[in-house]
Design a protein around this ligand. Structure first.
Ligand code: OKV
Ligand code: MN
Length: 240
């Protein structure tokens, strides 16, 4: 591969059609040899059976099915779409990755993650995460009727909107934890999303942490970007 694109935090939702349209256009046209989605592609995901019940989810799957005819598409989970599963992978052709995953490209090792697990200051969220990532919790949750799971997803959305409105802030990635992950993976650069604080950060020992932007085509100015990894390094490609 010569170029691999990373995108994250599109938070696709039927109420934001401009973001969906930009994503669809990007997926059809990117010159990258592979696309890696670093989580929070969807604003909410109540389980893969939503694909048969919800027209918007089905439209997103159709975009992915087209895209994988051109190039492999990889996905790792965000904090919103942690219930994306094997049914989604089968229905779309997208390949699911563990978080974090190392990508070796042109002699460099890139560590790809959503980033939520590294925000050590978000202790309440990390407790929630440990609960909902447990296989037993997921099996019990997915056994409930879809309508009930959709209502739960809606209550989580409302809770996080309320938190935003109240001005409470989220923690950022812990630099020590990021460096520990990089060392364990023998990787040079960490690429992640989640925090919606795009930036390039130098870490000890010549390591680097690159944070992707979220996408919002309805914002002024609009935001959308891919990080293109190649032999010449990492380059931000503006898509809005
Ligand atoms: C995670 C999903 C947001 C899915 C809320 C109690 C309470 C924790 C919370 C923690 C997680 C929201 C608030 C998030 C998943 C969404 C929207 C859709 C799976 C409660 C404990 F009080 F509401 F019950 N959380 N976060 N969604 O990470 O933002 O579809 S979140
Ligand atoms: Mn996130």
């Amino acid at each position: 591969w010569r170029a691999v694109d990373c995108i994250s935090d599109l938070h696709l939702h039927p109420a934001e059609p401009a973001t969906f349209d930009a994503w669809r256009a990007y997926m059809a046209a990117t010159p990258a040899d592979a696309v890696v989605i670093l989580g929070d592609l969807f604003e909410a995901w109540p389980g893969d059976d939503v694909l048969g019940a919800d027209a918007f989810a089905a439209s997103c799957a159709a975009v992915l099915r087209e895209a994988v005819l051109q190039r492999p598409v990889y996905f790792l989970h965000g904090n919103r779409d942690f219930l994306v599963g094997d049914g989604f992978a089968r229905a779309t052709g997208v390949r699911l990755l563990a978080d974090p995953t190392v990508f070796a490209l042109a002699g460099r090792r890139w560590l790809l993650s959503h980033g939520d697990e590294l925000c050590l200051g978000d202790t309440e969220y990390l407790a929630f995460r440990a609960q909902v990532r447990a296989p037993a919790w997921q099996a019990a949750f997915l056994a409930r009727p879809l309508a009930e799971r959709q209502a739960y997803a809606q209550s989580l959305r409302a809770e996080s909107e309320q938190r935003k409105r109240s001005g409470r802030t989220y923690a950022d990635v812990d630099p020590g934890a990021a460096l520990a992950w990089l060392h364990a993976a023998r990787a040079d650069t960490l690429v992640h999303g989640h925090t919606h604080r795009p930036g390039d950060h130098a870490l000890d020992g010549g390591h680097q942490r690159i944070t992707l932007t979220d996408w919002d085509l309805a914002a002024r100015p609009p935001r959308a970007e891919a990080l293109r990894l190649s032999a010449s390094g990492a380059r931000r490609v503006a898509l809005a």
